[in-house]
Every structure is written in structure tokens, then in C-alpha cells.
Design a protein around this ligand. Structure first.
Ligand SMILES: NC(=O)c1ccc[n+]([C@@H]2O[C@H](COP(=O)([O-])OP(=O)(O)OC[C@H]3O[C@@H](n4cnc5c(N)ncnc54)[C@H](O)[C@@H]3O)[C@@H](O)[C@H]2O)c1
Length: 343
């Protein structure tokens, strides 16, 4: 599929955990050339550049200079300034989730992207896991009947002592609901469509109390009918990672290992529909990141918009911020209060 890819020089910004996955993925794609890596901690850039036989840039500007496309894997608070700087320099952009941390900042990105007319993709990688895609396809094709609800549970005892400091600082990460919740929120939006209203409750019990939303549950109403549920926690001794969709004729569920979809009709026998595992059996590479990069570069090459662009990135943030506001103020929040992103 990628044989016909237009050659593209890519500068990786950030050389941390997810950047290493992206570097590995990009190197496997014919036509993609990693020409520079920049990290505020130079040693990290040097090390990753050595692994991938490329250059550690001296500065963000130098990295941008050496590329056609800027691939941003830095902490979330840096996404807006780095995206807008890359666009000003005439470059195309991939940016890891969350796109940014506030509506004002989202508006700035949206305006910069609109004015530049350049390709901007956002890293909501869940869409590239075959089990999630299969689940959504089954729903869209009518295998579940009429839509009732969609849900996601992602709760566990996360290894907080191994987290980089920015992740536990709401000013830098947006908190758990924004930083990681957007993956799940994007799944809910992908299945259920636009959200009209959310009601959420949170706990700030374990991580940096009283500010950090380490557990959050929300129920949401979709504009087109049906509802969604989300349970998130980084501070739960019980460990669950699963998503599901309910229709009026059948329901389905995808478990943590993402190797199949369990389709359960209300009447009749349940079946397991296999899906390709996202873990490479030999290298243990996260293939979701590879498949995402492949699709992004293919679309760019063909002049098609990304599957997840600025608009989708902003929608997920609006919902995450609405959930945080709902929990803080103990009231249902209408998304209209958060939508203003001019996209
Ligand atoms: N899609 C996914 O599944 C997934 C998984 C993990 C993280 N992420 C996202 O990726 C981003 C990075 O997360 P991570 O886990 O790799 O974090 P990390 O802390 O491991 O890496 C971030 C890197 O950015 C560097 N950095 C800091 N300031 C910089 C600057 N001004 N310019 C360039 N580099 C700078 C840091 O030194 C660090 O090496 C976050 O937005 C996170 O939410 C996505």
C-alpha cells in the first residue's frame, strides 16, 4: 500500500517513550525518512538518533528546517506552540494526543491550520487497532440493531512512580481525563457521534490531591440518540480495560488484548470474531502506531484529509473539558458551553 508514498522528510519532536515507538514505525515505511530528532534533553535525542541512524537537531527550529513534516511527541502543553510554529514555517504536522489543553488554545490551532491549509493529523491511535475498527464496522453495518449505548472502561493501578513529572501536573498534561481520556472519548465519539451533554463525577484521592483527577466516571447523551459511559482511573486496585457497544438486537465487547470482538446477540449464540493483534509477536512493537503512521502518510501522499484531524482532536478535548467541569461543578454540562473552536 505504501509503495506509492510520496517521499517525506520527517522531524521528530520529543525523544521520550512514545517518540521511540513512532521512530520505529516511521523507519518501516518506504518513502518516509527520519531526518532529525529534537528533544529538550539533548542526550535523549542523541540516543534515539543513534538508534535510528539520523541526526539529533540542536534546536526545534533546526529540526523543522530539515523536514517536510513535523512529528510532535512532546508533552501536551507544548503541542500548540510547536504545531503553530511548524505551520508558520510551512510544514505539515502530526501531533500526539491530546491536541492541546484548552478551548482557547484549540482555537489558535484551528485558525493556524485553517489559514495554512496544511495537512495536520492527530494521534488518536485507538482507531488503528483492528479490534476497535471491527467493532465499529459491525455496529455501522447494522449487526447490533439500533444504537443503544457505547462504553469504555479503562481503570487500573498505573505505575505513577515511573511517570514523567509533567504527566502528574494538570497544567502540563491537562490531568488524566484530558491526557488519556481523549483516547476513550474519541472512541465514544467515533461510534456515537456528536455529544449533547455530559454528567461526570471525579476523585482526586491518590495522585496530587486535591487537584489531579485520578478517577473519573461520566455518562453522556448523544445528539442523535443513545448514550455513552466512561470509567477512567489511574488509581484503581481493580484493573479493567474493555470497550463495548450495545444495540437493540446485540451487544459487543472488546477486551484488553484486542485480539477479537465478542458479538453477543440477545437471542442466539455469542461468537468471537478474530482481529489482528496490535502487538508484533517477534519485536513486541505496538503495530497500532505503525498502522497509524502508514495511513497518515498515505493520505498525505494522496492529498486526502487525515482520519483524525484538528476537528476530531478538538472535539475530544471539548468533551474531556466538559467532563472535568461537570465533575468540578457537580452539574450536567451541555457541550455548547465548550464548543467555539470555529472548526
Ligand atoms: N498514542 C498513545 O498511545 C500515546 C502513548 C503515550 C503518550 N502519548 C502522548 O505522547 C506525548 C508524549 O508522551 P510520552 O509518554 O512520550 O512522554 P515522555 O515524557 O516520555 O516524552 C516526552 C519528551 O519530550 C521532551 N520534551 C520536553 N520539552 C520539550 C521541548 N520543548 N521540545 C522537544 N522535546 C521536549 C522530554 O524531554 C521527553 O523526552 C504526550 O502528549 C502523551 O499524551 C500518546
Amino acid at each position: 500500500m505504501t509503495d506509492s508514498l510520496k517521499p517525506v522528510r520527517i522531524a521528530l519532536i520529543g525523544a521520550g517513550w512514545i517518540a521511540a515507538e513512532h521512530a520505529r514505525a516511521l523507519r518501516r515505511i518506504p518513502g518516509a525518512r527520519l531526518t532529525a530528532i529534537f528533544d529538550a534533553v539533548r542526550d535523549r535525542a542523541v540516543q534515539l538518533a543513534q538508534t535510528h541512524e539520523t541526526r539529533a537537531a540542536e534546536s526545534f527550529e533546526q529540526a523543522v528546517e530539515l523536514a517536510d513534516m513535523v512529528w510532535i511527541c512532546s508533552p501536551p502543553a507544548l503541542h500548540e506552540p510547536q504545531i503553530t510554529a511548524a505551520l508558520r514555517a510551512g510544514r505539515e504536522v502530526f501531533c500526539e494526543k491530546p491536541l492541546t489543553l484548552s478551548i482557547a488554545s484549540a482555537r489558535t490551532i484551528s485558525q493556524a491550520a485553517g489559514a495554512s491549509g496544511r495537512f495536520v493529523a492527530v494521534g488518536h491511535s485507538n482507531r488503528y487497532y483492528p479490534a476497535y475498527r471491527k467493532a465499529r464496522d459491525l455496529f455501522v453495518e447494522g449487526a447490533l440493531g439500533a444504537f443503544v449505548s457505547v462504553w469504555s472502561q479503562r481503570i487500573g493501578n498505573y505505575p505513577r512512580e515511573q511517570f514523567p513529572p509533567w504527566r502528574l501536573d494538570p497544567a502540563q498534561s491537562g490531568g488524566m481525563t484530558v491526557e488519556v481520556g481523549v483516547h476513550e472519548i474519541d472512541f465514544l465519539l467515533w461510534v456515537g457521534g456528536e455529544i449533547e451533554m455530559v454528567f461526570a463525577q471525579r476523585a482526586c484521592a491518590v495522585i496530587n490531591p486535591p487537584d489531579f483527577d485520578d478517577s473519573m466516571s461520566a455518562v453522556m447523551k448523544f445528539r442523535g440518540g443513545g448514550f455513552g459511559r466512561l470509567d477512567l482511573s489511574w488509581a484503581s486496585a481493580v484493573d479493567i480495560s474493555r470497550r463495548g457497544i450495545l444495540g437493540d438486537r446485540a451487544g459487543l465487547m472488546v477486551e484488553r488484548d484486542l485480539t477479537d470482538v465478542e458479538l453477543c446477540p440477545l437471542r442466539g449464540k455469542a461468537e468471537r470474531i478474530p482481529a489482528t493483534s496490535p502487538v508484533d509477536p517477534v519485536t513486541k512493537e505496538n503495530l497500532g502506531i505503525f498502522w497509524q503512521a502508514q495511513d497518515i502518510l498515505q493520505r498525505r501522499s494522496e492529498g486526502r484529509p487525515p482520519e483524525v484531524g484538528v476537528r476530531e482532536g478538538i472535539r475530544a478535548i471539548e468533551v474531556a473539558l466538559a467532563m472535568q467541569a461537570s465533575a468540578r461543578e457537580n452539574r450536567a454540562v451541555r457541550l455548547e458551553e465548550f464548543v467555539g473552536s470555529s472548526c
